[in-house]
Design a protein. Structure first.
Length: 82
């Protein structure tokens, strides 16, 4: 059993709150932390892609749940997996 970050793209409205809130994203780029998106070769842990949340670098996620708390619609979650 393990905890895994899961994206529910069908619920997401692409606000980007979680992307901005993620401390790992912020450590990679002040632009991401400032809500300006990505640039160059920065690879965020999570990002909004085609209007919905995408987990881009799951192995870099620290499972801190900051993104989960930042999401108003429950579209990103830490879930128990087998
Ligand atoms: S749970 Fe992972 S993706 Fe979410 S804010 Fe924490 S480090 Fe970032
Ligand atoms: S997962 Fe939630 S906080 Fe993140 S972009 Fe989608 S709706 Fe916004």
């Amino acid at each position: 059993m393990a905890i895994k970050l899961v994206a529910h793209r069908e619920l997401c409205h692409g606000c980007g709150n979680c992307v901005v809130a993620c401390p790992v994203n912020a450590s990679k780029s002040t632009e991401i932390a400032g809500g300006k998106g990505t640039s160059g070769d920065v690879e965020p842990v999570i990002l909004v892609d085609d209007g919905a949340i995408k987990i881009n670098r799951s192995k870099e996620c620290k499972e801190c749940a900051t993104c989960v708390k930042a999401c108003p619609v429950g579209a990103i979650a830490l879930e128990v997996v087998e």
